[in-house]
Design a protein around this ligand. Structure first.
Ligand SMILES: [Mn+2]
Length: 278
């Protein structure tokens, strides 16, 4: 087995990069060390989300075909973030006012400048380690969640990430599901636009019905996206990386999550075979 990527930094190791907090310098060193170690052991891609609130505001319900349990959104989510929290995880149990205080809201401009500063510092290290950073778009892709700004909540915003940092180590963790949930853009044009630029680190391929703030995740053959058409576009543009299902609705059986993922994997495998891939 060969590892293609690691997905997501530990919020406790890098949260102050997102918050511009007091331990930021140490957290940058943590990331640099991780990238160097990945290079040493030959793991070529580090997937990450540059998001303060993380995956928040989703609901669970029997949304998918056959009333299968799935996730989605049933409206905006604006509850503030308690102190000591980053990306849904308590990173500082001793934070003052954790019960009552909240993290002050940032602006989109602040978040972009934090990303710029972060990438300026770590991309050279990634390049010399032979590792690529791959940015996931926001999930769910709302302009704000919990009062915190989001970076890539429309497909066009991905282009800014690339244009501001042209290093070949600056890539995308290309989540077709999140991109399809966005209110702007045609998903097939979006896949074509970014895969054509050879900027995809790896691909999350899942399906979804409707758009934020009222979308639902579906089985891979059952949403708004023609997944086989997406695979064909990736093939046409020469994408050679990994495609994974990301998440899937659950099946009613002894292993609901595994069965749901197996269904998605089998569908993707057959789709690739139909394109002449193994
Ligand atoms: Mn994803």
């Amino acid at each position: 087995m060969r590892l293609e990527a690691i997905e997501n930094f530990d919020p406790a190791h890098w949260g102050d990069i997102l918050l511009d907090g007091p331990r930021r310098a140490q957290h940058v060193e943590n990331v640099k060390t991780l990238l160097r170690r990945m290079g040493e052991v030959g793991i070529p891609i580090m997937g990450y989300n540059f998001s303060i609130a993380g995956v928040a505001g989703r609901t669970r319900g029997n949304y998918a075909r056959g009333d299968a349990p799935s996730v989605g959104m049933e409206g905006p989510y604006d509850l503030p973030m308690p102190n000591g929290l980053v990306w849904n995880m308590v990173v500082d149990p001793t934070a003052p006012g954790r019960e009552t205080g909240t993290i002050p809201p940032s602006t989109h401009e602040q978040l972009w400048s934090r990303l710029d500063r972060f990438l300026d510092e770590v991309l050279p290290v990634a390049e010399s380690a032979g590792v690529r950073l791959a940015l996931h778009p926001d999930d769910p892709p709302m302009p704000f969640i919990r009062g915190q700004p989001r970076l890539v909540y429309q497909p066009r915003l991905y282009q800014q990430v690339i244009d501001r940092h042209p290093s070949p180590a600056n890539q995308l963790e290309f989540c077709v599901g999140s991109l399809a949930e966005m209110t702007e853009g045609d998903i097939y044009d979006v896949v074509d636009h970014y895969s054509r630029q050879q900027r995809l680190g790896y691909v999350h391929l899942r399906n979804v019905r409707d758009k934020v703030p009222h979308y639902k995740e579906t089985f891979i053959d059952d949403g708004d996206v023609d997944v086989l058409r997406v695979l064909a576009i990736l093939q046409r543009n020469g994408f050679e990386g990994v495609v994974i299902p990301d998440h899937a609705p659950q099946m009613s059986c002894a292993a609901p999550w595994h069965a749901g993922m197996a269904y998605a994997l089998g569908y993707l495998k057959a789709g690739l075979q139909s394109l002449g891939r193994r």
